[in-house]
Design a protein around this ligand. Structure first.
Ligand SMILES: *Cc1c(COP(=O)(O)O)cnc(C)c1O
Ligand code: SF4
Length: 350
């Protein structure tokens, strides 16, 4: 067993275990965990400083997850856009391939939280072959995004098998790997992993830092190893109420990411996912954050603020002065020129 696997196996998965580390009432969390599993690596847990701080909110189960929030299991219609097992094809030239259904730490706000298994879910069986066949049959696809779950829950060898297979498809120009492991299990980023990955360039890694306190010597070291392997690093932050819904916090996060060679790519408005309503912010919050970044700091520290439109209509970047609204409804134009109605998040009421 590699060291990261041992650390992973020591993750917290039971409310009773959690109660030894943070002050929670394990009984009150049991129903939540029965519905949405608990998993936190000890490395990530150690970043918690106090109750309800930004790390706590991202990983500690919360009874509000069980509230009737009127939100959906699959608001982006990923099921409907699934063209082969584990393959989501929404845009003409790129696909998302779900190669794992588990993560080192389960984020309470996860967009796939209602559909996440607890198996590592390597799809090297027939279903992986079916996905590859689909890509091979569509020459327009030039960009394959490995996601999950977290692709780095696979072993190096399993991941390499996938990369070898994808690299046999001549029209696939780039591969992206979306992983939160640099943040939640930085020990996963080993020299061995990086030696393997760099054989499959051009390869991009997008990670997900959501708060400046997630930038530690361990996570910085993980990013340095990837960057030293020639892998351009991007970051997709999720805008989360009570975590990073503050222009100053967000600016510091974006600036600090550049110091560890990670280029901010997107800030995501929360998807309309069942069980995550308490994380949603009003759109104005995101627009204020963008206004606080644009021009006030490096353009390189200024990502795009995007909404993934309901129904799988695509991501739309929002600019502070380019938004049409009427009451609580926004009218957003997607890449096809369609105008899509989008309901706003609740204003602060707590
Ligand atoms: C986000 C997403 C992509 C990638 O979008 P980019 O804007 O190119 O990063 C591709 N497919 C699906 C289904 C997505 O949700
Ligand atoms: S790392 Fe990503 S996929 Fe995994 S639980 Fe967090 S948000 Fe979901």
């Amino acid at each position: 067993m590699e060291r990261w696997q041992k650390i992973l196996s020591e993750s917290i998965t039971e409310p009773k275990q959690l109660a030894c580390h943070v002050s929670i009432d394990p009984d009150s969390l049991r129903p939540v965990v029965a519905r949405y599993p608990l998993r936190i690596t000890r490395t990530y847990l150690s970043l918690i400083r106090e109750m309800d701080d930004p790390i706590w909110r991202q990983c500690i189960p919360d009874p509000r997850e069980l509230e009737q929030d009127g939100l959906l299991i699959d608001p982006l219609n990923e099921e409907g856009l699934t063209c082969a097992p584990g393959l989501i094809h929404r845009y003409p030239d790129r696909v998302v391939l779900l190669v794992s259904s588990a993560c080192p730490t389960l984020c309470r706000f996860c967009m796939r939280k209602n559909r996440m298994g607890d198996k590592r879910g390597f799809i090297k069986d027939d279903s992986f072959e079916a996905a590859v066949k689909y890509i091979e049959g569509r020459p327009a696809i030039r960009d394959v995004i490995l996601s999950g779950g977290d692709p780095l829950m696979l072993t190096d060898d399993e991941l390499e098998e996938i990369l070898i297979r994808l690299r046999k498809i001549p029209r696939v120009e780039i591969v992206r790997l979306n992983t939160r492991a640099p943040v939640t299990l930085p020990e996963r980023i080993t020299h061995r992993l990086c030696r393997m990955l760099k054989r499959y360039h051009p390869l991009y890694v997008n990670t997900q830092f959501n708060h400046p306190t997630e930038i530690t010597s361990l996570s910085a070291q993980a990013c340095a190893l990837l960057a030293n392997a020639g892998i351009p690093l991007g970051n997709q932050t999720v805008l989360l109420r009570g975590v990073n819904d503050d222009p100053e916090v967000m600016k510091r996060l974006m600036q600090k990411l550049l110091t560890i060679r990670v280029r901010p790519y997107y800030i995501h408005q929360m998807d309309l996912v069942k069980g995550t309503g308490h994380f949603r912010t009003p759109l104005q919050k995101g627009l204020d954050i963008m206004a606080g970044l644009r021009g006030h700091t490096s353009g390189m520290a200024t990502p795009a603020y995007v909404i993934d439109l309901p129904g799988g209509k695509g991501k739309v970047p929002l600019l502070p002065d380019g938004v049409k609204r009427q009451g609580n409804t926004f009218y957003l134009r997607n890449y096809l020129g369609e105008v899509i109605e989008y309901p706003d998040g609740e204003a602060d009421n707590c």
